[in-house]
Design a protein around this ligand. Structure first.
Ligand code: SF4
Length: 310
């Protein structure tokens, strides 16, 4: 593990992610992710709707972070990701939240979109581990990360749960303001796999280490989905699992974009599943058609963030 917090983790000139804003995060939150130096979060909860080996029977100890380095027009969590609602936390407070999640009996700590806070989240995880955090750490990411920054999580994160959202730079520019999305995400996922290797599970089927790549099928974009599956097959084979999500719902700005203002059809989703098997992939998760129900969208009310200590 590299403990030298300089260079890419320097918050005075933030180049943590592919945006390379150069923002001084210690004095302002004016970078693209709208985030200061210290982590801001909107909810710590026990989540039961992740993939089965992550949620298991006792749930996943999620912490939802505010701000984001993507601007997805269809983001279900836009109140926290783009409107930046949340509570700023010290490193010690965040470490206590991780420990209090563990006390609830969850299978893992699940960091949802924490990449833009990597230096302080890393410190909080190290502190929590020194104080008894022993369950696996899941790094749940939109995929738009720098591989060089992720290297600082080696030995700290056990399970990576990255999205690969787009292959086409035209789509990633239009829908997430990130024309270089695939170039960054493909390198990021390669680094994630290098760190944790093939998936492993305990005797109850709960994941202990590995990578699950998530892909949300978008309306009118099934051929882009095929290219992402080709990339996964060619680079990882069956060593990572793939979670194909059908839950796309036109929310937020997507309601104003004609081609995004509908659900994915059964034909579109099924054709992506068929392609998954056609190219020889075997291990993954599919969703049922009712997965777009609002029960899967968390209510961000800052609950679970007050550890009762100053
Ligand atoms: S983490 Fe935020 S401030 Fe830093 S480069 Fe990325 S978007 Fe910009």
């Amino acid at each position: 593990m590299n403990n030298n917090i300089t260079g890419i983790l320097n918050m005075h000139n933030c180049n943590l992610c592919p945006r390379n804003c150069g923002a001084d995060r210690t004095i302002s939150d004016k970078g693209f992710c709208l985030s200061g130096e210290y982590p801001k979060a909107a909810l710590a909860s026990v989540h039961k709707f992740e993939e089965p080996p992550i949620s298991g029977t006792r749930g996943s100890g999620t912490v939802f972070f505010s701000g984001c380095n993507l601007k997805c027009v269809y983001c279900q969590n836009y109140t926290i990701s783009q409107e930046n609602m949340g509570k700023t936390l010290t490193t010690e407070e965040l470490a206590r939240i991780f420990l209090s999640q563990q006390e609830k009996g969850v299978h893992n700590i699940n960091l949802v979109s924490s990449g833009h806070f990597l230096p302080k989240v890393r410190e909080a995880l190290i502190l929590a581990k020194q104080c008894g955090l022993s369950i696996p750490v899941v790094y749940n990411s939109g995929g738009y990360e720098k591989a060089e920054s992720l290297k600082f999580l080696e030995g700290i994160v056990d399970i990576y749960l990255p999205d690969i959202k787009y292959f086409s730079s035209e789509l990633s520019a239009k829908y997430s303001s990130a024309p270089d999305y695939f170039a960054a995400a493909s390198k990021a996922v390669t680094e994630m796999y290098r760190q944790v290797g093939k998936n492993s599970f305990d005797s109850e089927g709960i994941m202990k280490k590995g990578v699950i790549i998530r892909h949300l099928v978008l309306p009118g974009c099934r051929k882009d989905s095929f290219k992402i599956l080709d990339f996964i097959k060619d680079n990882f084979g069956d060593s990572v699992y793939v979670s194909l999500l059908s839950q796309y719902t036109p929310v937020y700005k997507a309601k104003e974009i004609k081609e995004l203002n509908r659900r994915v059809t059964t034909f579109e989703y099924q054709s992506v599943i068929d392609y998954f098997f056609k190219i020889g992939l075997q291990y993954g998760y599919m969703q049922s058609r009712d997965s777009a129900e609002s029960i899967y969208t968390p209510i961000f009310d800052l609950s679970g963030l007050d550890t009762g200590k100053d």
